[in-house]
Design a protein around this ligand. Sequence first.
Ligand SMILES: [Zn+2]
Length: 392
Amino acid sequence: MARLHARSLLASAAVLMLTGGCTAPASAQNRAEAGRTIAAPAAAVPVPSPSAPPPAAVPVSRLWPSKRLYNTDYVDVQAIAERYGLKPVWVTSGRILQLVDGRGRVRLKFEDRDRDFYCDGLRVFMGEPVVIDKGRLHVGKIDVIKTIAPLMRPADFAGQLPAPPRLIVLDPGHGGNDPGNQNAGLRLDEKHMTLDVALRLRKLLETRGYKVLLTRTDDRRVELEERDRIAARAKADLFLSIHFNSLPATAAGRVTGSETYVMTPQFMLSSGTEKKDPMTDVAFPGNRQDLANTVLGYHLHRQLLADLKTSDRGYKRARFVVLRFAECPAALIEAAYLSNNLEARKVATPEYRQRIAGAIAGGIDDYAAALAALHPPASLSVETHASSASSR
Ligand SMILES: [Zn+2]
């Protein structure tokens, strides 16, 4: 097993903090492009110490001044660059813009009119498309507040993020008379694959010291609403629904890869949704965990892609029933496409399902480490305060 829970959560958390949770390598291309700037050179990336107190509350209007474009509040990307000490660099003038850190690493990459962007190389979906106004790139304000800010610097939200999870509820999708997606040729039912991955994942997580409950441990139907209630009754710290994807025969073709979903924040459009619906403006119970969800989904998706070496179908937002009513941080994973025969053949092997379980466990570990960095034990916190004070 490549990843041991025995490793110090705090040590790895400190690494996460230093790298801002990113492992994006600096390519020669990035360095070459770093010379073409549209702004004054940025300051060095601030590195918060694990025990840094949360910053004083700054009104969102001052933190992220916005303007109305196409009937939506938008933030000039320059404000994002300044807040995180990044340098805006046009890759394609007036169309593709990267925000690069002091070491030449591309932290953020936006393309005009796209609803997805890249955060440390990871494909993340937004509610609103990027727009260019008067030659300047703008990002939807709600996407900045709900997605970009917590991903770029979770320490800014330390007081609003939970402690690392202890009790995890795993939810194997479908079951009983609901087989989920199927690959008829390979006789694969989603419900069996999800249960197998959940059972494997339970073992891995228990070895790491987590308490784990499953919403079902055999081939039975569990109503969607009941799945959240199981987690709520157990007072779970994390809810994770496991699924496998499919596309209709006409579109199935070569599509492969992993998707990770977390609850769509209030007022944001879900991924793949073009306009508002009756749920868009509703604050659901699941929205109380927006910040933690954003951090959780990032680590899960990053680890899935890293371990499975599969295509990045995106870190997305949806108001799925199991996410809408979750009372703890929650995510839903579509690990692979059963509609693609090559990928489905892999899923049919125990080895690949073990890899999926391992990837998810790794993502949970990284999420826990990120939270541990924001909630250091009191004794360590005092020491760190003392050493940082003496170094000034
Ligand atoms: Zn499913």
